[in-house]
Every structure is written in C-alpha cells, then in structure tokens.
Design a binder for this molecule. Sequence first.
Ligand code: FAD
Ligand code: EPU
Length: 336
Amino acid sequence: MHLERDIDLKPFNTFGIHARADALGRFGDVSTLREMLKATDGLQRLILGGGSNILLTQDFHGVVLMNGISGIELVREDADHVWVKAGAGIVWHDLVLYFVQRGWGGVENMSLIPGKVGAAPMQNIGAYGVELKDVFHELEALRVDDGEVVHFDKVACAFGYRESFFKRAGKDRFVILNVTLRLSKHPVLNTSYGNIKQELERRGVSTPSLVDVSEAVIAIRQSKLPDPAVIGNAGSFFKNPVVSAEVAQRIRAEYADMPGYPTGDGLVKLAAGWLIEKAGWKGYREGAFGVHAAQALVLVNHGGAAGKDIFELSTHILADIQERFGVELEREVNIL
Ligand code: FAD
Ligand code: EPU
C-alpha cells in the first residue's frame, strides 16, 4: 500500500481546479482498499472516480482514495437478457461501448457520460430518457465502518432523479466496488427523446442499430456540452427543478415557450437551462469562469478559476432564479 503526499488534484477533476490533498492512494482490489481504510482511520476521506461531478472549493485536508477496480464478468444469461458485473473503476463510456458492440441494449442513450462505473449509482446517472436504474440489477459496496461487503438491490439504492441512498443517508459510509446491470439481447431502441430521431435522419439512418443510436447521442452531446479536456466543467451544475402545476402555469402565463415535462404525479419538471438562459446568464463570463455559451446549465472554468468563484457564481444564479421565477434550484454537482 502506497500513499502519495501533498498532491495537486487538478488532473483528477474535470473542472480543472487546482486544490491540494494531503495524500492520495490508489486501490484496485478490496484488500488494498481495506488496508487503506485501516491506515487512514480517523482522517477525512474522499472516494474518487473520474472527478467529473465534483467542485473543489478548497484544499482537501484528508486522503483521496482513487478507485481502480477493473473487470467485466458475464454473471448470468437467459434467452432475453444478460447480467454483467462491472468493476467500479471502469470508465462508464468504455462499458457502454462494450455492451453496444455486443448488441446488448439498455445503456446506449447514456453514451459518453463521463466518469466511472462506481459513481453511476451515486446520482443514478441519466440521459436521453434513460437512467441507470432502468438497467440496474445490484451492486456490492464495502461498508467503511467494519469493512464488510454489502449487497444492495434496486430498492435499497433508493434511486430517484439524480438521487440515491449513497448521496443521502449512505453518504461517505460505503465504497461501491462493482455494479451488475441487466441488458437486453433484443433491444427496443428509445429514439423519442430530444433530437435523437433528427440526428439519425441527418445521418441517413432509417433502421438504426445500437451503434447508430450511441453515435447519434455522442454527436448531440458533443454539439452541446463542453469537452472537459478543453473547457473545465462538471456537466449540469443544477438539477432540473420539479414544481407544482400551478407554479409551471404561472411562469408559462408570462413565457408561453417555457419547456415543461409532466412527471405523472401532478408535478412538472422544468428545464433549469431554460430558466438560467431566460435570466440572461447564458455565455456570462467573469474572468476565468462563467456559464457555457451553448448550454446555460453548465458552469465552466475557462482556465485558472478557483472553485470558490464557481461556487459563488452558482449562489448568484440560485438567488436570481428564485427572485425572477420563484423557483428554487438545487446544485447537482458535489461540493467539496
Ligand atoms: P466523481 O466525480 O469522481 O465522484 C462523484 C461523487 O461520487 C463523489 O461524491 C464521490 O465521492 C462519489 N463516488 C465516486 N465513486 C464512488 C464509489 N466507487 N463509491 C462511493 N462513492 C463514490 N451525469 C449524468 O447523470 N448525465 C449526464 O448526461 C452527464 N453529463 C455530463 C457531461 C459532462 C461534460 C460532465 C463533465 C459530467 C456529466 N455528468 C452527467 C456528471 C458525471 O459524469 C456523473 O455524475 C458521473 O457518474 C460521475 O462519475 P465520476 O467517476 O467522475 O465521479
Ligand atoms: N435549454 C435552454 N437553454 C439552455 C439549455 C437548455 O433553453 O441553455 C432548454 C432546451 O432547449 C430544452 C431543455 O432546456 O428545451 C432541456 O435541455 P437539454 O435537452 O439540453 O437537457 P438538460 O435538461 O439541460 C438534462 C440533463 C443532462 C442530460 C440531458 C440529456 C439534468 C440536470 N441534466 O440536461 O445531464 O445529458 O438532459 O438527457 O438533468 C448532467 O447531469 O450533468 C447532464 C449533462
């Protein structure tokens, strides 16, 4: 077991923020993780995947533990489905490509979401009408308190929109080791969301395959979302707010073009990006940080910004949206 001391975390977060950690250790298996937890007992710890959903607002006075658990295993198969267990340290998009290439459907709409498999259950990642929970079977996690490996089924994970047990009551108490997904051998494609259909038409594809859908999603994402290798960001900074039908109606009385999606329980999900754009923030820039010019839901580091500047900007945006629309936004990104 080896811990590196006084580390700059810039290469390990997609916002590209400079912040120091007292120490950093890498684990690729459960026994190394157990050793590291024992050796760092009493210290503050941060389990890190790809660092694509965190904002570092200060130095981290503790130990960063980087998950490198690999391995993809076919654990079960029947006429219609495969169950595949994937190590938490695998890059999510690599796993998506692995499935797409084998003709196993279910995750193609979640192509190109950055980060690692182990973080996917944290906020029940989602895109283009599909969420992790739709293909999730179970996961194994190490309980930090006693080092025991615990199984979680879908109910125990308490998945919601960008929510799970691990983001709430289970926060900092478990290290996700692997995730088992159930994929379909006879995939039914979901092309109705956003402009997947238009993108397929533009490409001249009339009977799409899993690869076609994956490539269409990748192209749409690349046209909207900044590449963290070029502009620092962590994807959507806020969640899309879910409001009462009355609140949605009140705003729509003033703005007839406001997008809104009924959630089926009398509530309406609004587009935070639309609200932020309407409030005039899209493309806003203050020195090294600002709001992405093509997607107002994404806060960006143009290079050299401090995490606390981006956090403060998010506070101004929260207050402005509350004042203008009477809608409370919630940060999606994990603030450290
Ligand atoms: P990290 O940022 O490393 O960690 C996130 C949180 O999970 C931290 O609190 C960390 O402590 C915890 N954690 C990480 N691994 C483990 C583990 N093994 N056990 C316990 N806790 C753990 N998200 C979406 O849902 N949909 C999108 O479409 C989407 N698009 C994005 C686009 C861009 C350009 C970017 C930069 C981000 C986007 N995101 C999106 C957010 C991000 O990709 C996801 O949240 C992803 O799951 C984060 O993975 P990670 O490995 O980088 O997590
Ligand atoms: N919109 C605007 N202006 C903007 C951005 C969006 O008016 O600047 C409008 C769009 O025109 C559209 C609506 O808002 O009518 C929704 O926009 P989009 O389809 O781009 O998706 P989003 O709601 O902004 C969500 C997720 C993304 C995910 C996409 C695709 C959240 C918080 N974000 O974004 O996830 O990739 O849908 O499914 O739910 C992430 O979580 O990091 C993330 C990128």
